[in-house]
Design a protein around this ligand. Structure first.
Ligand SMILES: [Cu+2]
Length: 159
């Protein structure tokens, strides 16, 4: 004897399970940017209310380019992507909308080039502190890296 109600019920359970699996896998896709590795990460602490520059090396070991769209930190009210350039002997900075980390390539955030500009610290920073910065990419993935606070005289991550 067939029980139609039971079959419908089983079908519903299967459908719910399929939906759950789909939700979980899309969440995994939008999760950690596993292909992007951040190293040599440091922040140059400037006196007073001056914004701090943040520098690092981004490496992408994936087969597709990763497009950096946004950076944020719980320690700063504003985090921006900038690019320095020299124009008529003057150093200038432009806002940048995105930064492409090529497939199997790397990009340096460095003084004088692409860099992050951190403004409005929630509380004063101390040299030696470790500050988390979250990098968000166009595909919805993100990666958090820890930056070491270095003095204004620092030239690199550990000079
Ligand atoms: Cu800047």
């Amino acid at each position: 004897m067939t029980n139609d109600g039971e079959i419908v019920m089983l079908f519903r359970v299967a459908l719910t399970t399929a939906c759950l699996a789909l939700a979980v896998s899309s969440q995994a896709l939008a999760g950690t940017a596993d292909h992007v590795h951040v190293s040599q990460a440091w922040i140059r602490l400037l006196p007073g209310d001056l914004p701090a520059g943040a520098y690092a090396e981004l490496a992408n070991d994936g087969d597709a380019p990763e497009v950096l769209r946004q950076v944020s930190s719980p320690r700063f009210r504003h985090s921006m992507l900038h690019r320095s350039r020299t124009e008529g002997g003057m150093s200038r900075m432009d806002m940048v909308d995105e930064l492409v980390v090529p497939a199997h390539g790397r990009v340096a955030l460095s003084p004088g080039g692409f860099h992050l500009m951190l403004e409005g610290p929630v509380q004063p920073l101390q040299v030696g502190e470790q500050i988390p910065l979250r990098f968000e990419f166009a595909d919805g993935s993100a990666v958090t890296a820890v930056f070491t606070v270095r003095p204004a005289s620092a030239l690199g991550p550990g000079d």
